[in-house]
Design a protein around this ligand. Structure first.
Ligand SMILES: NC(=O)c1ccc[n+]([C@@H]2O[C@H](COP(=O)([O-])OP(=O)(O)OC[C@H]3O[C@@H](n4cnc5c(N)ncnc54)[C@H](O)[C@@H]3O)[C@@H](O)[C@H]2O)c1
Length: 252
């Protein structure tokens, strides 16, 4: 009996890295999944990998998280295909290397649109669907950038900070209305994904160097396992929390 049997989840940015690992961990625990990404071929591959061992588990959709109409289509698909929604993982993310002086208005808005607005729109429209399904768990992907100063991730940190704050308001909103919907944030340290490989390259070093730091370089499944726990009823008393998955980085 999987820990997520009978649950339906939407995972954004599931074509790669942490989103794919979240999907694989949740599929192993018995959830039905709508996996979405801007990169259609990549998210189709995620669904194919999952369906190979558990046919009919994952449905892939092309989805730009900053597009409200596309969000409505994704939610409608979860309802019509799998009968409702219990878990939303707002994972899609982008990063550009910009500091407070080099950051353009366009850079700033790009991060805010994809991450802060994308998460907001997803939560806004998922809440009534989850409530009608008996409740659920919203998991919003943040970063250690919400707690530490990273000059070169200036706009990224601003957008993640917005997600951190809105998640607490969402948790309280749902609690006040007794919707049985929890909302938590996950804050990964450095994890081995395309995002970190590309950012490291742009900053002039190889991602493997991060393995030599005191906190090391995590694997995508290190996040997937935590997300599966937050999606499950085992975390029923965890709400409005910030879960650091950084091997102690922010307490250094
Ligand atoms: N890898 C890390 O070390 C790390 C650390 C902290 C936080 N995070 C966060 O985890 C999440 C996943 O990151 P990752 O490392 O797996 O990166 P990644 O680049 O491997 O994956 C991000 C995915 O998001 C998708 N995406 C980008 N813009 C989108 C949009 N507008 N709509 C829908 N999908 C879109 C991309 O196509 C990609 O598949 C991000 O929110 C990131 O900020 C990652």
């Amino acid at each position: 009996m999987g820990r997520l049997n009978g649950k339906v989840a939407i995972i954004t940015g599931a074509g790669s890295g942490l989103g794919r690992a979240d999907a694989e961990a949740m599929a192993r625990e018995g959830a039905k999944l709508v996996v979405t990404d801007l990169n259609e071929a990549a998210v189709q591959e995620t669904a194919a990998r999952i369906n190979k061992t558990a046919p009919g588990t994952a449905h892939a959709m092309k989805h730009d998280v900053s597009n409200e109409q596309q969000w409505l289509a994704v939610l409608a698909e979860a309802k019509s295909r799998f009968g409702g929604l219990h878990v939303l993982v707002n994972n899609a993310g982008v990063v550009r290397i910009v500091n407070p002086e080099t950051c353009t208005i366009e850079d700033f808005r790009f991060h805010m649109t994809v991450m802060a607005e994308g998460t907001f729109i997803g939560c806004k429209h998922a809440i009534p669907v989850m409530a009608a399904s008996g409740g659920g768990s919203i998991i919003n992907m943040c970063s250690t950038a919400t707690h530490l100063g990273y000059s070169v991730y200036f706009a990224y940190a601003a957008a993640k900070g917005a997600i951190r704050s809105m998640s607490k308001s969402i948790a309280m909103y749902c609690q006040e209305r007794k919707l049985n919907i929890r909302c938590n944030t996950v804050h990964p340290g450095a994890i081995e994904t395309n995002m970190v490989a590309n950012a490291s390259k742009e900053l002039g070093f190889d991602m493997s160097v991060l393995r030599e730091t005191p906190f090391g370089l995590g694997k995508p499944e290190d996040i997937g396992n935590v997300v599966a726990f937050l999606a499950s009823d085992e975390s029923r008393f965890v709400n409005g929390a910030e879960i650091m998955v950084d091997n102690g980085c922010i307490v250094q």
